[in-house]
Design a protein around this ligand. Structure first.
Ligand code: HH2
Length: 263
């Protein structure tokens, strides 16, 4: 799943694809690089982000969804708002990527697939003091409960996502990645997003002895390592900014690259 943020303020690519023509061109590039889904979002949910008005989010995403879907690409809509979800599906999106895991009934009403991502709290304050007794159990139990409710309501396909970085410390993120097999064991298809996230910056800063976190534009290796790890643990999809590199890594661990291609 390739990330396409049509926003002025996303944490890694904010402002780069804020105009529609640039966003559509980037979506096509992600597809050409190997993305099976183009995930269009019009609201940054980075820690500390302010909510976006519905009218602005609609104006950002609908023309982009429409153009990419008209190209025959599979488009998901990354939103927390039912209205935006409905408009994006009318424009051709077929998967609701729901970072609040609250739009299951909307996915049922629209008859589209739903990705339920776990988050603790709201973006503005979610990193202030995330707390869990047992992060792996709590995340898994909530996702399984919401997923089964959605399936019972008739949602045709339900994905679960641990929500790396959404109301979680670096230790919580690492515990979820270390125990990804417990999410996979639920039998529900698992989606994971670690791409360029803050905990990678902190980890990489620490391991090379520098106290400063590695900046957001220098997190490719950490992003690839964690995406590959997630796929090796049985995750069925990873949400990434760097599609070409991740698709190559995924093909290597899937054994898809032939000797001829490797030569
Ligand atoms: N992470 C982000 C946004 N949407 N959706 C899913 N399913 N899983 C994730 O981990 C996930 C997500 C945050 O990343 P990004 O879109 O790059 O940044 P921003 O929220 O600043 O736009």
């Amino acid at each position: 799943m390739g990330v396409l943020n049509v926003t002025p303020d996303s944490f890694s690519d904010g402002g780069q694809f804020a105009d529609h023509a640039a966003a559509i061109a980037h979506g096509r590039r992600l597809a050409a690089e190997g993305a099976h889904w183009i995930d269009v979002g019009g609201e940054s949910t980075r820690p500390g982000a302010a909510p976006v008005a519905e009218v602005d989010e609609l104006r950002r995403v609908v023309p982009v969804v429409e153009a990419l879907a008209a190209d025959g690409l599979q488009v998901s809509i990354d939103t927390r708002k039912a209205t935006v979800a409905r408009a994006a599906v009318a424009a051709g999106a077929t998967l609701l990527n729901d970072v609040g895991a609250r739009l299951g009934a909307v996915a049922a009403e629209l008859g589209v697939a739903w990705a339920a991502m776990h988050a603790q709290g709201e973006p503005a304050t979610m990193q202030d003091a995330p707390t869990y007794d047992d992060v792996v159990r709590e995340v898994r139990d909530l996702l399984v409960e919401r997923a089964h409710a959605a399936l019972a309501e008739g949602v045709p396909e339900v994905w679960i996502d641990p929500g790396i970085g959404f109301g979680k410390t670096a230790a919580h993120n690492l515990a979820l990645l270390a125990h990804l097999d417990e999410l996979v064991a639920t039998g529900l298809p698992v989606l994971v997003g670690t791409s360029r996230k803050g905990f990678l910056g902190a980890l990489l800063g620490r391991s090379d002895g520098t106290p400063e976190p590695v900046p957001v534009d220098d997190r490719l290796e950490g992003s690839l390592a964690t995406a590959t790890w997630a796929l090796a643990c049985g995750a069925r999809m990873v949400r990434v900014h760097d599609v070409r590199a991740t698709a190559q890594a995924a093909r290597v661990i899937a054994g898809e690259i032939t000797k001829d291609e490797a030569a």
